[in-house]
Design a protein around this ligand. Structure first.
Ligand code: URA
Ligand code: URA
Length: 209
């Protein structure tokens, strides 16, 4: 007997923009839950909070800094100290806010006295950031400072030579390098070149590469 039941078996609806967006947030939250207790390097024992990253899982721009400092370790949020306040102003000048972009660091835990990350710390931690980039799949990555360029793009050049070029993260996602906001706090003359770099970022977002 034909019960008509078959007619109720509908093909799966294609993922809507909304469900795709939710899934990036879900994937990030699953990754966070997997790594929040991380002890892969000794910084796990000295941190107050792991600083995972913050912002919009569907962002088209990712900003990648160096490592959490005192305020970031205290709050678990990236770029909330003095350099972070400056980053907020830079975003505002681009008509963006933290809710439009995604911000993370090469290291998720604070190195003692804010020393440079060690290679063995980066080796343990970078795969987490790489997974975040793969989930978010931004249209452009903006490396803030030399440590970010060194470990994300394997570039060991003076900032003057890195700036202005468009690199490709893993051969695909466009990436640029600019000064770290903390460098601008020490040297306000760097504001203009940084602003030129941000205009380039906006041009790439608008026109593609
Ligand atoms: N400097 C960084 O590189 N990252 C932060 O999160 C804060 C300061
Ligand atoms: N806009 C400026 O004028 N200066 C900056 O440093 C950033 C944005």
């Amino acid at each position: 007997m034909d019960t008509g039941e078959e007619e109720l078996i509908l093909p799966k609806a294609p993922a809507t923009e909304k469900t795709r967006q939710q899934s990036k947030a879900e994937l990030l939250s699953q990754l966070y839950n997997r790594i929040k207790g991380c002890r892969r390097c000794p910084l796990g024992a000295t941190r107050t909070n792991l600083v995972f990253g913050a912002g919009n899982p569907n962002a088209s721009i990712m900003f990648i800094g160096e490592a959490p400092g005192y305020e970031e370790d205290r709050t678990g949020v990236p770029f909330v100290g003095r350099a972070g306040k400056l980053l907020d102003r830079i975003l505002a000048a681009m008509s963006l806010s933290r809710e439009d972009v995604y911000i993370a660091n090469i290291l998720k835990c604070r190195p003692p006295s804010n020393r440079d990350p060690l290679q063995q710390e980066v080796a343990k931690c970078l795969p987490y950031l790489e997974q975040q980039i793969e989930i978010i799949a931004p249209d452009i990555i903006c490396c803030l400072g030399r440590i970010s360029a060194l470990y994300l793009l394997r570039l060991k050049l003076p900032m003057k030579l890195m700036r202005g070029n468009i690199y490709r993260w893993k051969g695909s996602i466009p990436a640029i390098v600019t000064y770290h906001p903390a460098a601008l706090l020490r040297n306000p003359a760097l504001k203009r070149p940084l602003w030129e770099d941000m205009q380039k970022v906006m041009r790439i977002l608008k026109e593609g590469t």
